[in-house]
Design a binder for this molecule. Structure first.
Ligand SMILES: [Zn+2]
Length: 234
């Protein structure tokens, strides 16, 4: 039996089944389907209450696929070390210099720095470079895809960039989309996939069937790209 509860702005849809058990069980599947198995004598109101009390956990489970943590080995910020940018490996070249700059030349990321031994400083220079590149590319991708969100809708979508530890992106009810700056290290289609996923959340702030229908229609390839992102950044 299809049922749903409202939790904040999210609607959680679930398949309700009864069984000969004492407590209510909830299962969230990898494709975001939710099964609720209730004791045979429980009332619908009581079930809804129970599901609501678990709503936060359910939404978190459903959001699992872009909430994994990007894993990278500890970086040393020394010449020869490879760093990712738009899906490709680049070799760091650290050069002592009076002026500071970060430039991409051929297969190298050339960092000119005033104190070659100051790894924290180099790390910061590189982060700022990633940030400026992310700003450029993410905004282009946002401009390209935002048209799938009908402009007659109430929300005024904006894009924000942020370093995030636990997720690739987010979208709130006011229409603010956040993308993890770390995504600038991933291939462009992966950035697009996360962007389109978040833009679809402007219409559906949950992982409902309708949400996935919208995502499928606008980015049919997303499952493949998602797997690529997972492998790439793992
Ligand atoms: Zn989502």
């Amino acid at each position: 039996m299809k049922q749903s509860v409202k939790y904040g702005t999210a609607i959680i849809e679930y398949n309700l089944e009864y069984s000969d058990r004492k407590t209510l069980g909830i299962k969230v599947h990898p494709d975001s389907r939710v099964d609720v198995i209730a004791p045979t004598d429980s009332t619908n109101n009581k079930i809804k209450e129970k599901v609501k009390s678990k709503a936060h956990w359910i939404l978190k489970q459903q959001d699992y696929f872009i909430s994994f943590r990007p894993l990278t080995p500890p970086r040393k910020y020394i010449s020869g070390e490879t760093h990712l940018y738009l899906g490709k490996q680049y070799r760091l070249k650290i050069k002592q210099s009076k002026d500071e700059s970060v430039k991409l030349i051929g297969g190298d990321i050339i960092i000119k720095t005033t104190i070659e031994k100051d790894k924290e400083r180099i790390k910061k220079q590189l982060s700022q470079w990633y940030e400026s590149k992310a700003k450029k590319h993410f905004n282009e991708i946002f401009d390209k895809w935002i048209s799938i969100y009908p402009s007659n809708k109430l929300k005024n979508p904006i894009l924000e960039l942020q370093w995030m530890k636990k997720r690739w992106g987010s979208c709130d009810q006011k229409g603010k989309i956040k993308l993890n700056i770390d995504l600038i290290k991933a291939p462009k289609p992966c950035i697009e996939y996360v962007m389109v996923h978040e833009i679809c959340h402007l219409t559906y702030l949950n992982h409902s069937k309708d949400f996935y229908k919208l995502l499928d229609r606008n980015y049919p390839n997303w499952r493949k790209v998602k797997t690529r992102l997972e492998h790439f950044m793992a």
